[in-house]
Design a protein around this ligand. Structure first.
Ligand code: ZN
Length: 124
């Protein structure tokens, strides 16, 4: 579970944004790495982006694709690609969209939700 994943009718990612220079961060930090100011706000990020880079992870029990996604309007996210099992299906620059997957339930019956990106239909 990650605290920057906001669930609800329209799940999306939320980042901390430097109030001075607009740099985006997913982790908590005391000062901006770019301008060293210490004021931050929060910003909802776009659910759409493009694949910057990816790696096929085949040593796992169930192989998956680890990807770096450049979000539209800013933000870079590392996440798994969903609905992709053939290397030929993906390439750098591929349009992708955020999707959530249930990652099982814990002992209390609380559903764990993870997120990833799947290829966007249409403008490929
Ligand atoms: Zn800054």
């Amino acid at each position: 579970m990650v605290d920057y994943l906001v669930l609800g009718d329209e799940p999306h990612l939320r980042a901390r944004e430097c109030s001075h220079c607009g740099a985006l961060y997913f982790d908590r930090r005391n000062a901006c790495a770019k301008c060293f100011r210490t004021e931050f706000g929060t910003r909802a990020l776009s659910n759409e982006g493009r694949l910057r880079a990816f790696t096929f992870v085949t040593r796992a029990k169930r192989p998956y694709v680890s990807a770096i996604v450049d979000l539209e309007g800013g933000g870079v996210v590392k996440a798994n690609l969903l609905e992709v099992d053939q290397p030929g299906q993906i390439r750098p620059g591929l349009p992708v969209v955020l999707d959530t997957v249930t990652a099982g339930t814990d002992d209390d019956g609380t559903e764990a939700v993870a997120f990833g990106y799947r290829p966007r239909g249409g403008d490929q």
